[in-house]
Design a protein around this ligand. Structure first.
Ligand SMILES: [Zn+2]
Ligand SMILES: [Zn+2]
Length: 147
């Protein structure tokens, strides 16, 4: 959570920014000590497989943030419990989000969870709603059920 991150060709970014990228992308983070000795290498299991990504598209049908219209092709997977903190890469821990709302979620008081019915819901920060009542995105068309 502190310090800087380095990418091959774009220079450095803050550790917080790197965490947003690593949340979805196929980046294997390496935590380096003072002499650049690797202290910790990321696990591979967080990578979202093609099948899991399709299942996520079918469930969320676009950015799951309340009021967002962005379709699945503009979205990335957010780990509700970050993989670096031991969160699994499966449907119970993933939510589809556009880049804008993904960033917002990492930087603001919004929280997301999977409700009892298996669908994601968002809890606003207290300055938006003191009671933090969960909200959902109802804008994406339901998929027609296959007969
Ligand atoms: Zn994320
Ligand atoms: Zn969005």
């Amino acid at each position: 959570g502190i310090g800087k991150a380095t990418l091959g060709d774009t220079g450095t970014m803050t550790a917080a920014e790197a965490r947003v990228h690593a949340c979805d992308a196929m980046i294997i983070p390496a935590v380096l000590g003072a002499k650049s000795e690797p202290l910790n290498l990321g696990r591979l299991r967080r990578l979202i497989s093609a099948g899991l990504r399709r299942a996520l598209f079918l469930r969320d049908r676009g950015c799951a943030f309340p009021g967002c219209h962005r379709p699945p092709r503009h979205c990335q997977g957010h780990h509700i419990r970050h993989w670096a903190d031991g969160g699994p890469t499966d449907l119970t821990n993933l939510v589809l989000m556009c880049a804008h709302h993904h960033r917002l979620l990492h930087r603001s008081g919004w929280e997301v969870r999977i409700a009892a019915d298996g669908l994601p819901e968002f809890l606003p920060p207290v300055f938006i709603d003191r009671r933090r009542r969960p909200r959902r995105n109802n804008l994406h068309e339901p998929l027609p059920f296959a007969a």
